[in-house]
Design a binder for this molecule. Sequence first.
Ligand SMILES: Cc1ncc(COP(=O)(O)O)c(C=O)c1O
Length: 416
Amino acid sequence: MKARATVHSALDVERIRRDFPILSLKVNARPLVYLDNAATTQKPLQVLNAMQGYYTLSNANVHRGIHYLSARATELYEDAHIRAAQFFGAKSMQEMVFTKNATEALNLAAYSLTQSLRPGDEIVLTFMEHHSNIVPWQQLALQRGLKVRFVPIQSNGQLDVHVLDEMLSERTKIVGVVHASNVLGTINDVKSIARRAHKAGAKVVVDGAQSAPHVKVDVRELDCDFFAFSGHKMLGPTGIGGLYGKQELLERLPPFLFGGDMIREVHATHSKWNDLPWKFEAGTPPIAEAVGLHAAMDYLNALDLDRVHAHEQMLVFRALNGLAKMPGVHVLGPLDARARTGLVSFETPSVHPHDLAEVLNAQGIGIRGGHHCAMPLAEHLNLKNGSARASFYVYNSLSEVDALLAGVKKALKLFG
Ligand SMILES: Cc1ncc(COP(=O)(O)O)c(C=O)c1O
């Protein structure tokens, strides 16, 4: 990662927290410390108000009517595509398909891209992938006689790109890679991976579920062919995510879901597809959710993702330092906070991660314990019980990191 010349001021956490009433809850008579942001983030009032405002004054179905409300809803829905396209640096909204979540986006990419592959063709993934970027490829590979290969992880928590280079050949048709690992926190050098994959003639599918909320993403700068994300992990509502795809590829690929809205013409025996991005959006879409996602992206833009990332690095630095000093704790992933997004996973061999999460919950602290939907990674790293994961976001403070560290210490003592 390149060091930035500009020094950004820290986020005003106190001010930000006023936008999230949920964070004032007490849990077990303690102030809530929400550290499960990699699973889903909280939603600011700006997002909730935008969605309520939509249902209150603009609700109708999109693309289906010429009456006032339908035109209004259509405009809001299309505006959300335009905002999402800008947010990720896409050329236009034609390159921005809305889906239910990152999982559906990755299924769309996997289904559409594998239709033209032949038995023996290869898909290269990494051992860092979430199940969402493994199972679709694995199942389609089983159906179509394709081979799935996995790039291993080095002891420093980084992908072994030399092995990737050895794996790439004319048989490689797709390289699927997570931009930021939801367990190790590692930010992968997608730009360099894309360059290597393209040299071999492969298409690059990036799982951006854990990078989109935390670092500035420019899909054209990364030169990836596809980029998947989830709205609910970036202050937006559940039920919406998206897939960026290069326009020329989306034009060529077959649709994933069929039905209303994705068609231009339907005849008894054949159909013609709608323009992009609607060709990939069958049925009534998540309209209120798109309005909420738009508001979430505006909120993040106003905070500035470079500042968000700097703030998280400060929290991660404190957490890494504290955990690394604790006997009986083994931190996973890079030890350099600059190589990570805002999460820290760790193993405590004397305490099962579920027990640790329970002890912390008694103190009002919410973390996640288990394999974090990345079982091949747990196997690869030989983590029998998985790990505990604390994941931070814009509203978390250094004092909350300290509460986590004190809580882990207490749990280790209790079980030690
Ligand atoms: C790296 C990564 N990819 C994909 C997903 C799937 O996201 P969703 O469940 O919103 O589809 C997650 C969710 O935790 C994730 O962390």
